[in-house]
Design a protein around this ligand. Structure first.
Ligand SMILES: Nc1ncnc2c1ncn2[C@@H]1O[C@H](COP(=O)(O)OP(=O)(O)OP(=O)(O)O)[C@@H](O)[C@H]1O
Ligand SMILES: [Mg+2]
Length: 311
């Protein structure tokens, strides 16, 4: 695979989640605004499946140019940038034809990410949309920071678990395939009862314990697999504490370290700001919600997490 670090400019953050309506676009636009107001150059990229609406959170009209121009007419990304009301923040919008389609080949996706990485910006924030779609997972795996936002409900936790599991399996499979061991992974997984393997973590441990060369490959590939978690629309301290349960479930069954970077409380002024076409972080800067978003962005910048309360 070609070197993606070649001429790399800014840092790429991907914001996703296993479900729709959890606040991905709100978080992407709000963190982008916060970073831009801190004098960082920011590009927001909307690749939401079927419903690109990031522009609405910025109070601007749906741009005419979209990623379809990139895929179909080879328009360079910097020609698709649309200005927002904040000086050093611009937007590239997707649409139903862009990443949502299974017709987008892996090579095209790689090309898109290579171009995103070369954008002349400090931060490229990608609003991924929901679901465990293969394209969403690939985008997740290619970003520098992957942020999952979810609501504190038990179904959301299950969805996230499955999303991370799919992403991890895809990563392991791609790594082993690149070294010619794809069949081995499938062979062992299909006979997992015989090998007394109950989950993906045990599969990975089994492979690593059986073959030292596979251990080396997986250690290398998985060392940078991390996930940042944000809980949205929280109402109680129990809701906030759910971040801790999530961390331990993902560690126990998948062996993946996560950082709980923060939560955002439920706030009715968010839909009001959306309806009035006024970016939230500019117009509600002193609300608890805005402060919580600042904390999340700062934690992401510094790779820190919030203290976990026992629920
Ligand atoms: N903390 C919050 N409190 C109250 N409402 C919120 C909060 N966060 C988001 N919302 C509202 O929830 C709705 C969904 O938010 P948003 O569009 O950001 O989610 P999404 O994950 O991008 O959804 P989709 O999957 O449809 O793209 C919006 O109407 C938004 O105003
Ligand atoms: Mg959205």
């Amino acid at each position: 695979m070609e070197d993606l670090n070649n001429k790399r400019k800014g840092e790429v953050w991907a914001i996703g989640g296993a479900k729709g309506g959890t606040g991905k676009s709100f978080l992407t636009s709000s963190m982008g605004t916060y970073l831009a107001l801190k004098e960082k150059r920011v590009v927001l990229i909307d690749v939401d499946i079927g419903g690109a609406n990031l522009h609405s959170f910025l109070g601007i009209k749906r741009p005419k140019k979209s990623l379809t121009n990139f895929f179909e007419k080879k328009t360079p990304l910097n020609k698709l940038l649309v200005r927002t009301s904040i000086g050093n923040m611009s937007l590239i919008t997707g649409d139903i034809h862009s990443l949502s389609s299974d017709n987008i080949k892996f090579t095209q996706k790689l090309k898109l990410f290579r171009h995103i990485m070369k954008l002349n910006t400090d931060y490229a924030l990608i609003d991924l949309g929901g679901g465990s779609h293969k394209n969403t997972i690939d985008a997740f795996l290619m970003a520098d920071k992957t942020i999952a936002i979810l609501e504190p409900e038990i179904t959301a936790v299950e969805n996230l678990y499955h999303f991370v599991k799919n992403a991890l399996f895809r990563k392991v499979r791609m790594a082993l395939r690149a070294h010619g061991f794809k069949e081995m992974l499938e062979h062992v997984w299909n006979r997992r009862e015989k090998y007394r393997i109950k989950n993906l973590k045990e599969l990975i441990d089994w492979l690593k314990g059986s073959f030292s060369y596979i251990e080396e490959i997986l250690d290398e590939e998985l060392s940078d697999f991390s996930l940042y978690i944000v809980l949205n629309k929280v109402r109680t301290t129990q809701d906030i504490a759910m971040g801790a349960s999530l961390k331990s479930v993902i560690m126990k069954y998948l062996g993946i370290k996560t950082k709980y970077v923060g939560y955002i409380e439920y706030d009715d002024s968010i839909w009001r700001s959306l309806r009035n076409g006024r970016p939230y972080m500019q117009n509600y800067a002193s609300t608890p919600c805005a402060k919580e978003i600042e904390t999340i962005a700062e934690n992401l910048l510094e790779e820190k997490e919030i203290k976990i309360l026992k629920g």
